[in-house]
Ligand binder design. Structure first.
Ligand code: AMP
Length: 282
């Protein structure tokens, strides 16, 4: 596996590969890799001649310094996994390499509604940071295909919008959520859950599965209330939002029965750890 720490080195390396007519797939991550990341990389590897992964804990998308500090960075273990998958190239830049000056932290682009709803209500500017780094990474890697996890559903839509607005020549592929055996969506943050919190955290996916399994047999609004009770009755889960939205735009739905494709999204803090999960209901 080739490892590059500077955008210039990586760009030169990939230019040769592209000129040889080889398809490049790209999986951006913040590391602390688990089987969810692995599934994206295996898909990328399967569908492209050259698979590039990046590991970069992007400071501009954190608005909580403690969260950034606590973000796990087990780089040795991550590299072992990448080697095992057969990832061809790893981009491992420093903060200085991606943000060499104050100007490089700015982006003159507004995400509009997608950048201000749901996850962004409690984390203002979060998706601006995501859009900023994804645009920089896409400019360096210039992949044919970009692999994004449904796990971060709003992020996936933000990136799709960014790619459309800047007319970037890349296909964005949405990849399924990989879950633990009891349903908990895999996340780099899960290792911070203590035993009790880990047990409580499985309620998030249980509530989503309950919604999906019963949609069609009962009115969705009623089901949503019952699913919310599953979380609130637990007492240890601080729900930030639990909503059903239009799956293309994330706009609120006036009539839950009307939209052809909907997504139920949850954000909650369990044992001090911020967790996200979602499910498509169509
Ligand atoms: P992160 O390292 O958290 O920024 O995630 C990197 C990529 O992996 C993003 O596109 C995530 O949506 C995706 N991802 C994270 N967790 C999972 C999961 N459990 N299943 C599938 N993809 C995931």
């Amino acid at each position: 596996m080739h490892i590059f720490k500077t955008p210039e080195g990586l760009h030169r390396h990939l230019q040769v590969i592209r000129q040889n007519g080889i398809r490049i797939g790209f999986v951006p991550t913040m590391g602390a890799l688990h089987l969810g990341h692995r599934s994206l990389m295996e898909k990328c590897k399967h569908e492209n001649g050259h698979c590039v992964a990046s590991i970069f804990v992007n400071p501009t998308q954190f608005n909580n310094a403690t969260d950034l500090e606590k973000y796990p960075q087990p780089i040795g273990k991550d590299i072992e996994m990448l080697l095992d998958i057969g990832v061809d190239t790893l981009f491992l830049p420093s903060v200085e390499a991606m943000y060499p000056n104050e100007q490089s932290k700015k982006m003159d682009y507004s995400l509009g509604f997608l950048g201000s709803t749901l996850e962004a209500s409690a984390r203002p500017g979060h998706f601006d940071g995501v859009a900023l780094i994804v645009k920089k990474l896409l400019e360096v890697v210039e992949p044919h295909t970009l692999y994004m996890g449904q796990k971060d559903y709003q992020q996936y839509l933000v990136v799709k919008q960014l790619v459309a607005d800047f007319k970037l020549p890349v296909d964005v592929v949405r990849c399924d959520i990989v879950r633990e055996a009891d349903g908990l969506a895999m996340s780099s943050r899960n290792i911070r859950l203590d035993k009790g919190a880990r047990e409580n955290a499985k309620q998030l996916s249980a509530a989503l599965f309950y919604l999906k399994e019963n949609a069609g047999s009962q009115p969705l609004a009623q089901l949503l209330e019952a699913a919310k009770r599953m979380l609130n009755d637990n007492g240890e889960i601080a729900v930030e939002y639990f909503e059903i939205r239009d799956s293309e735009t994330l706009r609120p739905l006036e009539n839950l029965a009307s939209a052809p494709s909907k997504v139920a999204l949850i954000a909650a803090t369990v044992g001090g750890v911020h967790l996200l999960d979602n499910i498509i209901i169509s």
